[in-house]
Design a protein around this ligand. Structure first.
Ligand code: KIV
Length: 306
């Protein structure tokens, strides 16, 4: 047992009460006002709640969970059912941020109708407020928009294309590929995408696309000129087991903190220093006789404090 809600259901106020709930139109308004959008991935109740209470605008239940939570080598293996399971947990935790579900590999790569049906599941069964899809899938973006499902595009280094790209490589480094990326970004915006994640592209390219597009860009490894920034929760907090990418800024070493806390707990158990008498329940005096004379002698010290 562990408690997940505050007694009486009281929640601390989000840090910026001036935007009570972040919506897709609110992100567009932030771009218009030149206010940077903060975004972060999260995959479970506790961390999403912390992220939400810290005032992050957009929480992406990213398919990166395949790697950082489930331990796969890339993002391809995670299923729709697994993504739904995590999106539901995040949904239960979040009050203010926009909750976006990442559509996993294979869930929108067939027909538009299949992609639409899977996207509906994220909204209907898991409470997502938008979905994110990788690549220039203009027809699908149009269909989702017509079906009232806000959609965020994702261009540049698209991790679900790892095999086509031959690894995780910075994209759009030639005149031709830059032009293609600009055209794809414009086409997604024209089709109704509400925002666009730009990943692993030169800063200059992201800056140009951000200036050209009417919708917000959210960068990851795409430089500071994007309208917003997103990172993977585990990268930000040092909960990964490989060297971080160049674009990651590690704001804490939670991995180190967690390891040392768990070691401390193990040592306390091994030295019988945990639990203490104060951390134990005690038998009421009237019931002490039930243990018999032999047992009460062993417990005398504890019972005296009860
Ligand atoms: O799955 C993911 O984490 C993403 C990012 C944009 C961070 O797609």
């Amino acid at each position: 047992m562990s408690l997940t809600s505050f007694p009486g259901g009281v929640r601390p106020a989000p840090h910026d009460a001036s935007i009570p709930k972040v919506t897709m139109p609110a992100l567009a308004e932030m771009k218009r006002q030149g206010r940077p959008i903060s975004a972060l991935t999260a995959y479970d109740y506790a961390t999403s709640r912390l992220v939400d209470e810290a005032g992050i605008d957009l929480i992406l239940v990213g398919d990166s969970l395949a790697m950082v939570v489930l331990g796969h080598d890339n993002t391809l293996a995670v299923t729709v059912d697994e993504m739904l399971h995590h999106t539901r947990a995040v949904r239960r935790a979040v009050r203010r941020a926009l909750v976006v579900a990442d559509m996993p590999f294979g869930s929108y790569h067939g027909t538009v109708a299949e992609g639409l049906a899977n996207a509906v599941r994220f909204v209907k069964e898991a409470g997502a407020e938008a979905v994110k899809i990788e690549g220039p899938r203009v027809e699908l973006v149009r269909a989702l928009t017509e079906a009232e499902i806000p959609v965020i595009g994702h261009l540049g280094l698209t991790p679900q294309s790892i095999h086509r790209m031959g690894g995780y490589r910075v994209q759009a480094r030639t005149t031709e590929t830059v032009k293609q990326l600009q055209a794809d970004a414009q086409a997604l915006a024209d089709a109704g995408a509400g925002a666009l994640v730009l990943e692993g592209i030169p800063r200059e390219v992201a800056a140009a696309i951000t200036a050209e597009l009417p919708i917000p860009t959210i960068g990851i490894g795409a430089g500071p000129e994007c309208d917003g920034q997103i990172l993977v929760f585990h990268d930000l907090l040092g909960l990964t087991f490989a060297p971080a990418a160049k674009f990651v800024r590690r704001y804490a070493d939670l991995g180190g903190l967690m390891r040392s806390a768990v070691e401390h707990y193990r040592e306390d158990v091994e030295h019988r220093a945990f639990p203490s008498d104060e951390e134990s329940y005690h038998l009421p005096e009237a019931a002490r006789g039930a243990l018999g004379p032999g047992r009460t002698i062993q417990k005398t010290r504890a019972l005296r404090k009860a």
